[in-house]
Structure formats: C-alpha cells, structure tokens
Design a protein around this ligand. Sequence first.
Ligand code: 5GP
Length: 347
Amino acid sequence: MRLNTELKLNYADVLLQPKRSTLSSRRDVDITRTFTFQNSKETYTCVPIVASNMDGVGTFSMAKVLQEYKMMTVITKTTTPEQWKQAVGQGIKLKYISVCTGTGKLWDKDAEDYATLQKVLKSYPDVKFITIDVANGYHENYVDFVKQVRDEFPDKTIIAGNVVTAEMVEQLILSGADVVKIGIGPGSVCTTRTMAGVGVPQFSAVVECADAANGVGGHIMADGGCVEPGDVAKAFGGGAHFVMLGGMLAGHNESEVEVKDGFREFYGMSSDRAREIHGKRYRGNEGRRVFLPDRGPVSETVEDMLGGVRSACTYIGARRLKDIPKCASFVRTNTALNEVYKQYDRD
Ligand code: 5GP
C-alpha cells in the first residue's frame, strides 16, 4: 500500500489571483486557439470548449449553436448513420464535430458504434475528430485499441480517455492519441467517487496531466467538474488545452429532451437510466439521473461562459487564451464564495 499525502485540489479550492494588466476590455482577448496535433499532423483553429458526448448534450441541435461560437460538439456514440445523414443536410459544419466510439469492437467485431464511426468517416471526410470514450482508460486493451484506430485512420485527430495521471497521458499520446481526456469522477451526474471510491481531484489532475502532455508534444481536454464559468477559466489556467462540458450545457432547448412540468431529464452515461435507454452495453451504476429546470436557449449560457473566460483573461493580463497558463497564479482557498443571499437567488 502507498499513501500519497500531498493535497490534491478541485476547482473550488483555488482562485486566479489578479495581476496588473494592460487589457482595457474583454473584447481585446482572443479566445480562439490554433493547435497542430502530434499524431494526426492536422492544424485546427477553434474556441476550445467542447460539448460532451452525453445524451442531452452531444446532439446535432447543440452542434448547430456551438459551431457559431467555433466550439466543438462530440456527437453521442448511439447516433445512427441515418441521423447523421439527416443532420448533415441541415447546416451542420463538420469542422466542429467529432464522431465517438467506445471499445466494444474489441469483443464484438460488428460493434454498432464502431461500424457507425467507419460509415460516418467514409461518407463525411470533413469530420476530422474521433473521440474514443471509456469510463476507465487504464485497461491495457484500451491502449491497444487506440493504436488500432490510429493505424486505421492515420490523419484523424484522436481524442482519447479518460485518465487522471501523467504516465497514462504519455502512454496514450505515444500510442496515437492527439488529445487525452482528463477526469475520473468529477462529473455532475457521476457517482464513481461514491460507488468505487476512485478518482483524483480535477484541478490537480489537469495541472499534472497538462505538464505530462506538453512534455511529449500532446494536448489534454479537462473533462468534467466545471459548474460555473470561472471553473472553465481555472481549467485553462491549469494548463488544459480544451475543456469539455456536460452539466453546464445540459437542460437547454438544444438537449433534444422534452420539457415535462418545466424540467428536462439529464443522466450519466453509466447510469441505470442510460442502460434502460440504450441497452446493456451501457454499464449501470456509476451515474445518476436528475431533472433540471428548463434553461432555455444554450446561446445565453455560452455567452455568459465566454464572458467569464474573457474576464478572467483581462484580470490576469492574458491577451490570448493561449497565454492563460503563463499568466496564471492561483491561490488556494478555504472558502471562495460569499453565499449570504444564495437562498434568495432568482436566476
Ligand atoms: P460535467 O461537465 O457534467 O461535470 O461532466 C461531464 C463528464 O462526466 C462527461 O464528459 C463524462 O466524462 C463524465 N460522465 C458522463 N456520464 C457519466 C457517468 O454516468 N458516470 C461517470 N463516472 N462519469 C460520467
């Protein structure tokens, strides 16, 4: 047994410390980034905030709005080729889309999600991103699977995860991944930490994994645990190249989930509810189901969030999103928020 007693932190445990800055307005901040990926060799410009491949988030309706902000959406792995065909004819910009698969093909050569991925990439070569998503990226065969996908699609940009430690980030990048997704247990509808007692506090995981990825020329995507715009800024400050969001984008019109009595359903992809909907290849018991008050159009939430990120940049003197980690000094906090009027909040 080994006990690591070094304190690891979540987003709520830190704040960005303001610094002298010459930026006079949020509008002066450039929140786009241009990346060249290690393995695919592709160059890509975007606002690096990404909608998660969850039901109610990774939808074509979401993609249609987010593409206007140059943000990417990972379409859920259960989306059928027929649904792809319909959506592509209706103004979806393929540049801002990723197709997604699990690793079922390792056991079943006809696995539906992988067959869909192959069809989609054949029909729409402008889809440049493949997300290979599993709850636990530490399985030995996961690395082999990433290698296989890299061999089959040498010029696609592969997003792979999830993991939370430096050595696994390096391993995945050296095995063909371009962007490694970081996060085990931080999600809004995730119960891994209570059910399995497993995880690493997200802010520390991001800081350590970003450092590892930079060392081997790769990139990371902080996935899960952002509950407010400031958390997105903190993730970028901690070194995340991309930030993936589930809960912050859920509950809106673009979820493709109907409103019942003013609420929309949202659930973890490893929850019993996901299994009920998609069948037993979804593992039940490490996710919860919630009902969120209808939040209306996602564009308002996105604008708030981008405003928050721009504001963080002006406070610390980062003219470009790329400069945030260089400009960021964090302070550790015990209590970061004044919640005296929380009970009266009408928003
Ligand atoms: P959020 O932004 O909602 O805090 O986190 C979103 C992330 O939570 C997703 O991108 C995914 O990595 C993770 N996630 C989604 N569903 C589940 C689940 O049922 N269980 C667990 N452990 N994680 C989940």
